[in-house]
Design a protein around this ligand. Structure first.
Ligand code: ZN
Length: 411
């Protein structure tokens, strides 16, 4: 996104701050912030990745004397060492200001009652939603996750107007409210949903069942937490707070910037952070810049809702296959279920892609027609023709966690 002289000055300041940490002292050894005079110089700076942050455990990222740290958070390390992010008093306040702005963009006011269902603790979610609510002057109801009976009771008794949740928990609550027949006692107007990949179908169900407007809030613990961007009531794209961060969108395979408006990986450089400044941090979240001015009249640039992770993609014969793109194209083919698997094999010196999909149709003729349609649609959406293979419903393996979709058997 546009790099102004002021942004460049902020970036130089940020590099100077960052280089006080053990991590950036090494990572940026030999880099003089004064040499970053133009965007081209900035683009030569090395990326920072989650693995770097893990290796800096516990406080290698800390760029100020430890007595200035007022809080730490930790990102959910499902594998191995967690990442510890230290915050100064200013960092905590900046985060609250950004979060307050998110609520304001969603039309939430001091008169609202905000029920907070994301978790509290080392994770940044719950406390971020609360900080923003309190700074806004709204009433925070800090329930945290789980205990659906109590959630619904509080929602009714307190007259909650804003629900903050993950998309899956919002859906669960919506279903429970419908099941119990208490929808007429619920006063909800808005839902602020933490950024996960969630389909249009799910969004519509939550909105319809709860009777609310939904907002996508973006963020990650490494960079404050949730609250660094949100969509407004005019559009589904998220406004990003460029006074606190500089954003790039890169080709995840080459690391080069994508063309304006093209899809790629979001990379964030903090401009204000003191405790743990980050430079060119790879989020692995896939999005694209949404060009043009938003109907709300705000100048904050926008990105499309996150629709995948760069770690999930594979490259075949120069073409990148994203599971989210495949989800999308298959959902548009009548007769094909949402369950599919892609196998990539190396046969006789060639990469072969096979798409298995489930269908309720039984006759060979019908199945062959579906296979042809999938092959054609794949070519249009992904840019290469696979071999498509129809199987019966329930024939592909299921997993309780996230079901793997792409199996790369080439290596
Ligand atoms: Zn807007």
């Amino acid at each position: 996104m546009d790099m102004t002289k002021e942004t460049l000055a902020e970036i130089r300041k940020n590099i100077r701050r960052a280089k006080k940490s053990e991590f950036y002292k090494k990572h940026f050894a030999g880099i003089d912030p004064e040499d970053v005079k133009a965007e081209a110089d900035f683009l030569k700076l090395p990326f920072t990745d989650k693995e770097d942050l893990r290796n800096a455990y516990p406080l290698g990222l800390c760029a100020v004397p430890e007595e200035r740290i007022v809080r730490i958070h930790s990102s959910s390390g499902t594998t191995g060492t967690p990442v510890i992010i230290p915050y100064t008093r200013k960092d905590v306040l900046d985060w609250a200001k950004m979060f307050k702005r998110c609520y304001e963009f969603a039309g939430v006011t001091a008169k609202d009652k905000i029920q907070i269902t994301p978790g509290y603790g080392l994770w940044t979610a719950g406390i971020g939603f609360q900080l923003g609510a309190e700074l806004l002057g709204a009433m925070a109801l800090p329930l945290g996750p789980g205990n659906t009976d109590k959630q619904i009771k509080m929602m009714i008794d307190m007259g909650t107007t804003v629900l903050t949740a993950t998309s899956s928990y919002a859906l669960l609550l919506a279903e429970e409210i419908a099941k119990r027949g208490v929808k007429d006692k619920i006063r909800l107007k808005k839902g602020v949903i933490g950024s996960e990949r969630w389909g249009k179908k799910m969004r519509k169900r939550i909105a319809d069942e709860l009777g609310v407007e939904l907002y996508d809030i973006y963020g990650l613990t490494e960079v404050y937490g949730p609250g660094i961007g949100i969509n407004c009531m005019h559009d589904a794209a998220m406004h990003m707070w460029t006074d606190y961060m500089y954003y790039e969108i890169i080709d995840p395979a080459t690391g080069e910037p994508v063309k304006e408006g093209e899809r790629g990986e979001l990379v964030i450089t903090t401009l204000q952070k003191e405790g743990a400044p980050l430079i060119r941090y790879r989020t692995h979240d896939l999005t694209r810049e949404v060009l043009g001015k938003c109907a709300c009249g705000q100048d904050y640039p926008r990105i499309a809702a996150i629709d995948g992770r760069s770690d999930d993609m594979v490259k075949v014969k120069g073409t990148i296959i994203f599971p989210s793109r495949v989800d999308e194209l298959l959902s548009g083919v009548d007769g094909v279920s949402s369950e599919y698997q892609i196998m990539i094999d190396h046969v006789n010196g060639k990469d072969v892609v096979t798409v298995f999909f489930e269908t309720a149709r039984k006759s060979d003729g019908e199945r062959r027609d579906l296979e042809k349609t999938v092959e054609r649609e794949f070519k249009v959406s992904v840019g290469m023709t696979p071999k498509a293979k129809a199987v019966g419903m329930g024939e592909l393996p299921r997993s309780e966690k996230k079901t793997p979709r792409i199996f790369d058997n080439r290596y």
